[in-house]
Design a protein around this ligand. Sequence first.
Ligand code: FE2
Length: 381
Amino acid sequence: MTSLTLDPSGIFLTLTSPTATLRFHAIWLRDNASDPDTRSVDNGQRLITLRDIPADTHIENADLDGDVLEVTFAPEGKAVTFDISWLEDNAYDVSHTPMRGWTASEVDTWDAGLMNNVPLGDFGELTCGGEALNDWLGKVTRYGFGKIINGPVEEGALFRVVEMFGHVRETNYGRNFEVRTEVNPTNLAFTGLGLQAHTDNPYRDPVPTIQVLYCLESSAAGGENMVVDGFAAVLRLQQENQEYFDILADHCARFKYAGEAGVCLTSRRPMIELAPDGELIGVRFNNRSLSALTDVPFDKMVIYYEAYRRLAEIIDEESMEVTFRLDPGEAFVVDNTRVLHARKGYSGEGSRWLQGCYADKDGLRSTYNAMHREANLEAAE
Ligand code: FE2
């Protein structure tokens, strides 16, 4: 049973249940009112600005009626109701973890142990939407990548993958890019080289948040795809050496690409990106496009490079990587703000053809959340 106390100042009230004591401020409650004069009944958008709410807003009266809280605000004399469950879901009077590098509850970090449990979706099932798509998008959100199998072997099929959850993000490389590799003994030394795991295009601002790679041809031996959880890598770095973690989070790196006429892409962002409250929200790691570091003070540059080197060593460890082969008609989707990808070297002869494109993570999350919301609404009906 929930009980209510109104502070004599009218500045906040307190809801006490057997499991929690939660305080809510008058100004917060008023701003979050859901009455039709405050929020559109059509799209849920707020219809007023903060300046429409008096600065001296306080709670004149508050009552509990079952699972509903009724609040009257002065000086407006406005009465508004709130569902207790909504208040509990949106409570902010909770302890916040002070540790840097915490991750959201929907994120699970992983290492090579995930190898036999790669998030997998069947192309045909995913395009039908419903439970299969919901499940796969949930896994991509949790692990930062997912593989798709049994797709058509036809040019442009990668766009049908993107259509499952969002829209293509076009760049100067076009709507998509081709990754073609001919592997034969004479050029093996060149094309057979593996690539170090990296995030794509850190020189863009913002970076492409989703990458899709779709396989159309793969007759060369080797050349497996590999992914590394950037979050797991930087959290391991933190475990080993907090100073290393901090220096890569507290100073911006610079990235640049000017490899074609008319293009000069630059960005200034840290390799480890934290939200102001310490949440780990992004990793940028790409040896090819890192430009001169000019934002690290002279007396910290040596330790910055030590930290960068140690992070690279962790990323290169086999125990961190999940590898999988992509056969024609198979694809993978990666959260480019978190998971690094690479290609292993080749050991034989043949050819390989992939098509790649970028998309946006907010679209993927939107599709996933909207599916959940609709499922919950149906369940409630
Ligand atoms: Fe790449």
